[in-house]
Design a protein around this ligand. Sequence first.
Ligand SMILES: N[C@@H](CCC[C@H](N)C(=O)O)C(=O)O
Length: 280
Amino acid sequence: MRFSKMQGTGNDYIYVNCLEETVNEPDILARRLSDRHFGVGADGLILIRPSRRADFAMEMYNADGSRGEMCGNGIRCLGKYVYDRGLTDKRELDIQTGAGIRHLRLFAGEEVPAGGEIRMVEVNMGKPVLEADQVPAISEHTCMIREPVRVGGVEYPMTAISMGNPHAVIFTGRVRGLDLQRLGPPIEYHGRFPRRVNVEFAQVEDRGTVRVRVWERGSGETLSCGTGACAVLAAGVLNDLTDRQVTVKLIGGDLLAQWREDTGEILLTGPAVHVFDGEV
Ligand SMILES: N[C@@H](CCC[C@H](N)C(=O)O)C(=O)O
């Protein structure tokens, strides 16, 4: 089976073109191939499938084999994959995901010459969902905004947001030095989040810049998370800590997130990089 490894700000996935390849047990394959010691090594597996409703469909699996409804970095790299390999000549694409159809715009920094390679991709991530029962998160209020949640004897103020997948954003003084291996699992599996949760620790540098570390549901600490960057922006605005456009500084690089006032949708822009191709 042929595969490609791609990354967006260090959030790396193994891509299989299911227009040509057949994958029967994607959850088992995701676990095997994502393993950084015994496999290829990645944050998860992304299958590119045909779609009747959009240009292509994205099916994404975390490193533990669980399904992610949406993946902001993964979908941006998928856009680069299908364009660079000539599966489409469109620079604006609709992609079907577990969270609905998402629209991509592909750039090369400057105009893409014929045969040129895509370097940056913008994705319209849709509207953030704030209602706690839809995240889902268990709260006495309609929305969970800066609500204290007790984890291991400590109360963390959490803002719960869905970007198609669930996120808990925690604003904190400093993200450097946080022990995510210890802090991440009990929040991911906390009873207040019935479908588990992705966790973002966010340090506001100014109203347009936030430094973030991410513990991803099903993959552990990752160098970046696109849906997480959007959840941080929405939480920053709701808590009046940021403006509606922020540079999200992650370990693996910077993402630009903008929350449009007119449509209520969030646009996410960042690099998309091909790492290597392989056969397994
Ligand atoms: N890294 C992704 C999110 C991947 C899915 C997530 N771990 C989940 O289970 O919801 C991104 O860039 O958004």
